[in-house]
Design a protein around this ligand. Structure first.
Ligand code: NAD
Length: 360
């Protein structure tokens, strides 16, 4: 069966890192006979410049017709003064919600070769392999009403609404329980049930779902404690599940455990396993066009795409092994550099992964 993949390079370093991921996918076609077509479309600032919209209709139509999507990153100072409604980030939120990509999987794996690149002590992070499951299309980022209003006193007041319906909690719970079942059977649900009613319901639903997963050990933790535990003893976790805003913050903290945000891939899935895959980082305008960006998070996102949406787990394994192999060779982009390693640029890193894949 032919897999139809859509790539959305986006802005900043997006086109540079996507180019390397595409080289790796092309190499997989050659080495494993992977039957894959790759189309591309505009999103974010690049789409605004070309069409006036951060999410053109053509892009949405191609995204709907594809089997999976690989995204670079969007945004940058050039578009920061535009109205909120037509900012690059609006295109990203639009495609996530338009495709109902509610399940965000963010693995944080520390490659042993990078233990020295983490800001935490090697013994705290070595061997780290955790998965954060973040709800992506609900919670306070989408809740209505929202805005800034003027009170009778004349004072302005900003407000947002934190809402989760039972069905939204159940569907992200299912993703998390099943991910935990496929890993080490430990799931920690993160909430703020001591203060927020919406997360009292969250905890109640997670607890009720646990009966259907007797092989998964469910625990609960308040988000403030979870933030502390992630930097104190992150290896106590296997899978964490949480809402949109808590997941946004905790997954960036988890990124630093692995040495660099340039190493972290992610998947955003719908109810049928179709997904959009992207590095956890942004468009890094400070290094865009300088051949300095680490392409490994994007290459690892392509591996996740093959595993979760395209049923090509063995090819995904081969990509991950090739990444590990280039790290063994001592090759490093600047963000993961340490003493005694060889600094390489974006293109050389991508080419090294291709060579390791072909010869592996
Ligand atoms: P960022 O992740 O782009 O950059 C933060 C820091 O990490 C920078 O110093 C950058 O150079 C570095 N960095 C990021 N990715 C790297 C890589 N692959 N290799 C080496 N270094 C890397 O975050 P930011 O600076 O807060 O945001 C920049 C722009 O990206 C903004 O416009 C923001 O809105 C956008 N953004 C987009 C996404 C997305 O597309 N999913 C996510 C976050 C931020």
């Amino acid at each position: 069966m032919t897999h139809n993949v859509l790539v959305l390079p986006g802005d900043g370093i997006g086109p540079e890192i996507i180019a390397e991921a595409v080289k790796v996918l092309e190499a997989c076609k050659q080495k494993f006979g992977l039957d894959l077509t790759i189309d591309s479309a505009l999103l974010g600032g690049a789409a605004i410049d070309a069409t006036g919209s951060p999410l053109p209709e053509d892009t949405m139509a191609k995204a709907k017709a594809s089997d999976a999507i690989l995204l670079g990153a969007v945004g940058g100072p050039k578009w920061d003064t535009l109205d909120m409604a037509i900012r690059p980030e609006k295109g990203l939120l639009g495609i996530r919600s338009g495709l109902a990509l509610f399940g965000n999987l963010r693995p944080a794996i520390l490659y042993p070769q990078l233990a020295a690149a983490s800001t935490l002590k090697p013994e705290v992070v070595s061997g780290l392999d955790i998965l954060i499951v973040r709800e992506l299309t609900g919670g306070i980022y989408f809740g209505q009403p929202r805005g800034v209003r003027t009170l009778d006193t004349g004072e302005r007041q900003g407000y947002n609404t934190y809402v989760y319906s039972e069905s939204e909690i159940r569907r992200i719970g299912k993703v998390a329980f099943e991910a935990a079942r496929a890993r080490n059977g430990k799931l920690c649900s993160v909430d703020k049930a001591n203060v927020l009613e919406v997360t009292v319901l969250w905890r109640e639903i997670m607890e009720s779902m646990a009966k259907d997963y007797p092989d998964v050990e469910l625990s609960h933790m308040y988000v403030d404690n979870a933030a502390m535990q992630l930097v104190r003893a992150p290896k106590q976790f296997d899978v964490l599940v949480t809402g949109n805003m808590f997941g946004d913050i905790l997954s960036d903290a988890a990124a630093m455990l692995t040495g660099s945000i340039g190493m972290l891939p992610s998947a955003s899935l719908d109810a049928n396993g179709k997904g959009m895959y992207e590095p956890c980082h942004g468009s890094a305008p400070d290094i865009a066009g300088e051949n300095k960006a680490n392409p490994l998070a994007t290459i690892l996102s392509a591996a996740m795409m093959l595993r979760y949406s395209l049923g090509e787990g063995a090819v995904a394994d081969a990509i991950e092994e090739a990444v590990s192999s280039v790290l063994d060779q001592g090759l490093r982009t600047l963000d993961i550099a340490s003493d005694g390693c060889q600094i390489v640029g974006t293109e050389s890193m991508g080419e090294a992964v291709v060579s390791a894949l072909i010869s592996g």
